[in-house]
Design a protein around this ligand. Sequence first.
Ligand code: ATP
Length: 336
Amino acid sequence: MSQTIMADVKKKEAEKKIKRIGVLTSGGDAPGMNAAIRSTVRIALYNGLAVSGIRRGYQGLIEADIDDMQIVDVGDIINRGGTKLLTARSEDFMTEVGQKRALDVLRMFEIDGLVVIGGDGSFKGAKRLWDMGFPTIGIPGTIDNDLAYTDLTLGFDTAVSTVVSAINNLRDTSSSHGRVSIVEVMGRHCGDIALFAGLAGGVEDILVPERKFDLDEVARKILQGRRRGKLHSIILIAEGVGKSYEIAERLEALIHQEVRVTVLGYLQRGGTPSVTDRILGAQFGQRAVELLLEDKFGRVVGIRDNKIMDMAIEEALNEPKRFDQDKYDLAEILSL
Ligand code: ATP
């Protein structure tokens, strides 16, 4: 490299606002978070930035649970669920005192930009930091897929596959016993896991918080299926719909047949991330670091129509969640 080019590179380095970035995972863990950490760390190092890994989300930030990260620190994690940086829900960070403390710690560790991997709560936290002037970027990491601005969040694809494989197993035993099964999956406000897994798993009915349900109609469908010789019925319920055991009791009274409930619970959070979640993690991490390098702050990355995109955190948080009625209708027709 000629001396002039070298001098130019050095000048650019010196001019760069962001010299060290921090990365943390917050809220519920999701498969693919590790892929995003790995990508964020390696893309940052590749671009000459230093990286601080912050453990246990905002709580770890407040408590200065922070270490330098090198290329080797993110080796052997792309295939693992959970998060290498651990995660937490932090009551302290919800307070102004906690947020100011977090800001002090970031300055103390000479961190100039922060990548937050988490769900909408974590994004609200990131927005607080940005409102206080700290350069922050959000990466959507939550199995619920409840962030409207992006078609997919990290972990959703893996969680859906986990539910589908549970449905496959249940199908075997339900057919053998001619049983009716209710499977409760995660989703307090957003029924995407139930919707996608129901469509892919070929279940008889899908109950989601976004749509009212009529239990008489559910019972009618089951009885109709039984008359046609259907060996089993599987009803998928998102947890936000109501209490599965109560719904099962009411359904039993209508169809005069035992209804078994399986609550998948935390099973849905774990497991080796799918190809989709690994690739998304890689791309989200890359874009997050690029934004910091381009001095574009207070933004979140996502994917829309197969393209990686970004938008202002505030705008993303205000976007109302759309329900995929087309998929819902399709599942209904196919379950006849
Ligand atoms: P998931 O939905 O997958 O569990 P999440 O990021 O939505 O992920 P939350 O528990 O809602 O999970 O949020 C994670 C953390 O983000 C909280 O424990 C808190 O520290 C911080 N946080 C949430 N809401 C706010 C807020 N309004 N202001 C500041 N910080 C917040």
